[in-house]
Structure formats: C-alpha cells, structure tokens
Design a protein around this ligand. Structure first.
Ligand code: ATP
Ligand code: MG
Length: 258
C-alpha cells in the first residue's frame, strides 16, 4: 500500500505502513504519517492508543524495550532510521522531553553542559556560551543566571521542565519529542512552556503528545488522532478541530469520549 503525502520533500519524517508489536500485542497498525519540518505536530487520542509508542519510534527508544518488533518504513530526512544507522547519533538529533521533569542530581549549569561534556567538550568559554544560549532558548536564563551552580532539584517543577528543554537544546538537535510535557505543571508553568513552543519551532521540528485538546489547538500546526493503535485522521490542526472528516475524531475532539 502506498501512503499519499503532501509536500513530501518538506517532511522531517515520513512514516509509511508502520506496525509495532509488543510481543503478540499490536500497538501500532499500519501508520502512515508525514511530519513536516519546523512545525509542531500534536499526537492526540485516548489512553493506550499508541501515542507514546509512536513518539518513541522516532528516536528508536522502543529498541530498549524487550519483545518489540517493528515493520514498515520510517525515514528522517529521507534516510531509513531503522536501517544501518548510528542510533546514538539519531538520539542526539532527536531529543526527548518527558512527562515528569527529570533533571540530573547536579547543578543547573552541569545539567545543560552534561551532554556536551560527554561528547568531550572541555573548553570552558565554549561550554559557558552553549549553556547560556540553551537556557535563553528555553526561556529560563533570566530566572537562573544568578544561581547556575546551585542544584537543579531546587527549581520549581515548571523551571525543571524548561531546564530539561534547555538540556535537549544544548545538543543542537533537529527534532524535540515531548511526551505530555506539561501534564505535571500548573497553568502558569504550562503557559510558559506553550509560549516557548512558538519560538522553538523556528529552529526545531516538534512532536508533542498531549491529553489536552486546548493545548493541541493552541500550539500545534498539525494534529494526528489515534484510536486503538490506528491513525484515524491527520490534518492541519484547525481542520481536525473545526471540520473533522471522521465521526470518531469528531466525537473525541468534542469530548464525547476519551
Ligand atoms: N513496554 C511495553 N510493553 C508492553 N506493552 C506496552 C508497553 N508500552 C506500551 N504498551 C502497550 O501498547 C499500547 C499503547 O501504549 P502507549 O503507551 O503508546 O499509549 P499512549 O497513547 O501513550 O497512552 P497514555 O495516554 O496513557 O500515555 C497499550 O496497549 C500499552 O499497554
Ligand atoms: Mg503515553
């Protein structure tokens, strides 16, 4: 089966007939989805429909789970990411931010510098530069510039999440995956992260899983709706919310089930 795509060459990822099994249990069923570069794509759908599973396919995090088998095609920049590639390098290019902020038990500065140091960067001036740029990029610099050497654990939840975004940005990825990045945050912290998306997408391709319809509407350019491992519908976000083609999408975005 061929998947019809619009603007093939502008897509960061192309997902074609992707199936994923956890042992016998099929969690993704013949998924066809283009993910355009420098846009925010939201994955929505009820609990257990496969959103996190699909997100993890994009940087091969599912490789770490025993019993997973995958078939189909998934390309990034037209390269098969399930082919013979450097997976560590893929995970640098495709960074990830999780539901619960997970700063390392070290200083704010060291959290952001961590990945660069691991890559062998030692130049203090260069590290300082990247740390500042990344914290600015995550809209956190002004709040922490006077306390960079203090433990990251002393930050509020919302600040910790922005620190995790800064840590991802520091590696200069192409893509940032976010799995319910604001579900553990209060409305003010959520607002800050949402405002940040607008600037992040100028530089990065963002794929976000969210349970909040309002959030998907506010921040995403495109939305994909999943149900029990199937991709029911994907389109421009305004079309999904104002004029869904499938009655199941309509029911979900109207809050009839979920
Ligand atoms: N590590 C795993 N081992 C076995 N089955 C799994 C594993 N992770 C997820 N699944 C199963 O795959 C299906 C999809 O799960 P997934 O976590 O992708 O859903 P989700 O849409 O992210 O749900 P939620 O909104 O609750 O986070 C579910 O049936 C789930 O039980
Ligand atoms: Mg999930």
């Amino acid at each position: 089966m061929h998947c019809p795509y619009l603007g093939l060459n502008m897509n960061k990822f192309n997902i074609e007939n992707l199936n994923l099994f956890y042992g016998e249990n099929q969690a993704l069923k013949s998924i066809c989805l283009p993910i355009p570069a420098r846009q925010v794509t939201a994955l929505i759908g009820p609990s257990g429909c496969g959103k996190s599973t699909l997100l993890r396919c994009l940087n091969r995090m599912n490789d770490l789970i025993e019993g997973v088998s995958i078939n189909g095609t998934l390309t990034m920049d037209d390269e098969d990411i399930y082919g013979n590639i450097d997976v560590a390098n893929l995970r640098i290019k495709v960074g990830m931010v999780f539901q619960k902020p997970n700063p390392f038990p070290m200083s704010i500065y060291e959290n952001v510098a961590y990945g660069l140091r691991a890559q062998g960067l030692k130049d203090k001036a260069e590290l300082d530069k990247v740390v500042e740029k990344s914290l600015r990029g995550a809209a956190l610099w002004d709040e922490v510039k006077a306390r960079l050497k203090t433990p990251a654990m002393g930050l509020s939840g919302g600040q910790q999440q922005r620190l995790c975004i800064a840590r991802a940005i520091a590696m200069q990825p192409d893509v940032i995956l976010m799995d319910e990045p604001t579900s553990a945050l209060d409305p003010i912290a959520t607002n800050k992260i949402e405002a940040l998306m607008e600037s992040l997408k100028k530089e990065f391709t963002i794929v976000i899983v969210t349970h909040s319809m309002q959030q998907a509407r506010r921040i995403s350019d495109r939305t994909a709706f999943f149900l029990m491992g199937e991709l029911v519908e994907h389109d421009q976000t305004h079309a999904i919310f104002s004029n869904p083609q499938d009655s199941r999408t309509k029911g979900y975005v109207n809050g009839d089930f979920g």
